[in-house]
Write a protein that binds this ligand. Structure first.
Ligand SMILES: [Zn+2]
Ligand SMILES: [Zn+2]
Length: 326
């Protein structure tokens, strides 16, 4: 079976491997679709802050069909369409025991610190799977992972209903967050984006888009860019007592108005990945059409076109989600 290996930054190879067999508690997946995300591009460019070693086996935004199950796994899972939850956690640390396993002290994520699923088949623990509705296309199923990132961030704040919300950054994650917020009835919702191509997508999805935020106008800001200026603008836009959820992957430290954070009692909340309940809610919102992905999926490549796919994703601009189809 064919599998993608990132030997070093900017070097992807397709390797041939013997097909795996599921051990006890495991399943063998036939992979159908794999999304590329910002984190994959960070590793491809060699500057992901939390990935120590190459080679890397990428692939964490995955929709698949269960080919076969190992001992102790429910036979009924065979043939099911599934999304893969790529986190591997210890289950015993303080955060795991509190149900916050997304911040497990020894968290490893498939595609980064553990092998990922970018290939024709993949063996994984059965408890890492979420069954998808039969009618959900695989191209939508691969969006469950980024949608769960958005759901998790929105669930971190007490409630968005009735609040004035801003989402800074209209990339894939920002557009996901904005759709999740919209599903929960905010008082108002604006997106901030300066790229004309991304503005056009957000506007086509009926979001109000601005190129900046006025001070003291929002209750909650979602920072989905990963640069200091975006975080700073979200903080400054808060009313007293507001909250800012930090979702971007920051390549370098940011300068933030600490005095105002103190004086206005602004809460800064980091958001990392998701837990199982976020996956379930993401599947529900995608299934209901509250999260639409048609305009986010800009490019589909075959598995053997993986290098072209990564290079295309790096062009940004009019590119949002690039996906591999197996
Ligand atoms: Zn991702
Ligand atoms: Zn843990």
């Amino acid at each position: 079976m064919k599998r993608v290996m990132m030997r070093e930054p900017h070097t992807l190879e397709i390797v041939d491997e013997a097909p795996g067999a599921p051990g006890p508690g495991e399943v063998l997946l036939d992979i159908k679709t794999i999304g590329l995300c910002g984190s994959d591009l960070h590793t491809y460019q060699g500057h992901h802050p939390f990935v120590p070693d190459y080679p890397i086996w990428p692939g964490h935004e995955v929709a698949a069909v269960v080919n076969s199950v190992g001992a102790g796994v429910d036979e009924a899972l065979a043939g099911k369409r599934v999304a893969l939850e790529p986190s591997l956690v210890c289950g015993v640390c303080r955060n795991c025991r509190a149900g916050r396993y997304n911040i497990c002290e020894s968290l490893r994520v498939m595609g980064f610190q553990a092998p990922g699923a970018m290939g024709e088949q993949f063996v994984t623990p059965a408890d890492r799977l979420h069954v998808l509705p039969d009618a959900m296309p695989f191209t939508v199923g691969a969006f469950v992972e980024p949608a769960a990132v958005a759901v998790h961030a929105v669930r971190l704040v007490e409630r968005v209903a009735g609040k004035d919300i801003a989402v800074v950054g209209a990339g894939t994650i920002g557009l996901m967050v904005a759709q999740v917020v919209r599903a929960y009835n905010p008082a108002s919702l604006v997106m901030v984006e300066i790229s004309p191509a991304r503005r056009a997508v957000a506007e086509a999805m009926d979001f109000e888009v601005r190129d900046g935020l006025d001070q003291h106008t929002i209750d909650i800001g979602f920072e989905c860019v990963g640069i200091g200026a975006a975080l700073r603008s979200a903080i400054l836009a808060c009313r007293k007592g507001g909250s800012v959820v930090v979702m971007g992957v920051f390549g370098e430290d940011a300068t933030i108005p600490a005095g105002l954070i103190q004086d206005w009692e602004v809460r800064l909340l980091g958001s990392l990945m998701y837990v199982g309940a976020d996956y379930q809610e993401a599947i529900r919102l995608l299934g209901r059409g509250d999260i639409q992905v048609d305009r986010l999926l800009t490019d589909i490549y075959p598995l053997v076109g993986v290098t072209a796919a990564f290079e295309r994703a790096l062009q940004r601009g009019d590119v949002l989600k690039v996906m591999l189809e197996v």
